[in-house]
Design a protein around this ligand. Structure first.
Ligand SMILES: Nc1ncnc2c1ncn2[C@@H]1O[C@H](COP(=O)(O)OP(=O)(O)OP(=O)(O)O)[C@@H](O)[C@H]1O
Ligand SMILES: [Mg+2]
Length: 461
């Protein structure tokens, strides 16, 4: 029946029935505790986490419904079976609505009870197994808020997990919208600094003087407008993590000061002579090519090496198109979950194909915006179709977008162009297959005979 001991509480005011049932259940391996009233049952429930409550609905004093509610409130996983008198089906239905697993009508055969019990327990086992499997699956598809199951994302999750354990400086690179900030937060939340602050600062969003004050803080009167003493973001992140976004835009004078913080772990507030020691982990991010900027003399080489202790590169969405369905589903669920009660939205095959074919220069942020727009404007509230996508995605023949063509004044010889293109493909296919016509034809999606014919027809160059 069950693979471990099952603790059952039987609540019944008729003593002979209660005792007889308890005895027989015990014979079948159940560990039974008896309660002669609702009051006693609730006391027992407070003391012990039973697997099953078998309760009569009609009880003097506190009735079965109240026992049921008390049990479920305390142990949402508990299996409740209610026993009802003949002709009180309405009560039974009501009990099921309140969360009872099953009901059984008096008088009942003992075998009937056994059957109801074991099927309810089996259902509970399956339910918890499913929940477990689901959580396992989800874990493989995500790392904190990052969703992905493609090979590059799995590698990334592994790297992030390792990186989180260390305290070294991390440099996150990746195109815009690839999840750099999300990755930085994930590192922080999985590190032992998680109890302290994660402080983000976008170096590209502030003019030099403000950026300096934001980073290092200032004392009163350090500059016009500095009306009080104030800690900077680096100080605020003490024992936590500071996230320096768009670090490539940092002006040279600040690059020197940041270098010192990384080397010495100390700083002074603007206008102050006091040195403050800080224990902060730095995670920097950039969508610029910092190495190139070093070569071009735009970024300090020593700072680059200090930042680039652990490089983390986020793949573009183009490199992991197979994650698109999962991401779309993730955004649909998140976005529809917002307006109360989840909407079931199906994405048509054709729409998904277009989404997977697009080049996504704005990466995941762009995908998120497209899904949001489609959900907001979509005419069919349950289906997301090609027509709901923005024109560039709807129309795109997408993978490896063709270059736009230009037609010169004097016009073009289209048949000539096509023939030339055909020749190039055929020559390439034959070269790649060492002249094997069967294989070359397969590469080109042609029948062998068609290829042979075309080769014959091709004018010699
Ligand atoms: N793997 C992912 N799974 C789910 N959502 C993601 C993922 N990556 C990014 N996002 C979402 O995409 C959006 C952009 O992410 P984020 O701001 O971290 O990107 P970014 O690389 O910092 O972009 P930028 O360079 O423009 O600052 C956010 O809304 C984020 O929640
Ligand atoms: Mg960002």
């Amino acid at each position: 029946m069950t693979d471990r001991e099952t603790h059952l509480l039987i609540v019944e005011d008729e003593a002979p029935l209660r005792q007889a049932t308890a005895e027989r259940l015990a014979e079948h391996g159940y560990l039974v505790v008896e309660a002669e009233s609702g009051e006693v049952a609730i006391e027992q429930l407070a003391k012990f986490a039973f697997d099953v409550v078998l309760t009569d609905l009609r009880l003097p004093g506190i009735d079965g419904t109240a026992v049921l509610e008390a049990a479920l409130e305390r142990y949402p996983e508990i299996v409740c079976i209610v026993v009802t008198g003949f002709g009180t089906v309405k009560d039974a239905v009501d009990a099921i609505k309140r969360g009872a697993a099953e009901f059984i009508t008096k008088p009942f055969q003992f075998d009937q009870l056994l059957h109801v019990l074991s099927s309810a327990l089996e259902q509970r086992r399956l339910r918890s197994e499913n929940a477990y499997l689901r959580s396992q699956l989800e874990e493989r598809y995500r790392f904190d808020g990052l969703v992905g199951q493609s090979a590059p994302m799995r590698e990334l999750f592994e790297l992030l997990e390792t990186v989180a354990g260390a305290s070294s400086t991390v440099l996150i690179t990746g195109e815009t919208g690839t999840g750099k900030e999300l990755a930085a937060r994930a590192i922080h939340h999985n590190s032992d600094r998680r109890a302290h602050r994660f402080v983000a600062l976008n170096c590209g969003a502030l003019p030099e003087t403000l950026l300096e004050a934001e980073l290092f803080g200032h004392i009163r009167g350090a500059y016009t407008g500095a009306v009080s003493n104030r800690a900077g973001r680096l100080e605020a992140a003490d024992r936590g993590t500071v996230f320096l976004d768009e670090v490539g835009t940092m002006p040279p004078s600040l690059q020197v000061k940041l270098l010192r913080v990384l080397q010495e772990r100390e700083l002074e507030r603007l206008g102050d002579t006091r040195t403050i020691r800080i224990d902060v982990r730095v995670i920097a991010a950039t969508n610029a090519n910092l190495a190139q900027m070093v070569t071009d003399g735009q970024f300090r080489e020593d700072l680059f090496y200090r930042l680039n202790v652990i490089p983390v590169r986020l793949p573009s969405l183009r490199e992991r198109r197979d994650d698109i369905p999962l991401l779309v589903q993730h955004f649909v669920e998140r976005l529809t979950g917002q307006d109360g009660g989840r909407r079931d939205v199906r994405v048509t095959q054709e729409a998904m194909r277009q989404l997977m074919g697009f080049s996504w220069p704005g990466n995941i942020r762009q995908l998120e915006n497209v899904v949001e727009r489609a959900l907001a404007l979509g005419r069919d509230r349950t289906q997301l179709d090609v027509a709901d996508l923005p024109p560039e995605i709807r129309e795109g023949p997408s993978v490896g977008q063709p270059q736009p063509v230009e037609i010169p004044e004097e016009g073009v010889d289209l048949p000539g162009h096509i023939a030339a293109l055909e020749r190039r493909f055929i020559q390439q296919a034959l070269a790649e297959t060492d002249g094997n016509k069967q294989q070359a034809a397969e590469r080109l999606g042609l029948k062998r005979t068609t290829l042979v014919e075309k080769v014959k027809r091709l004018r010699p160059q």
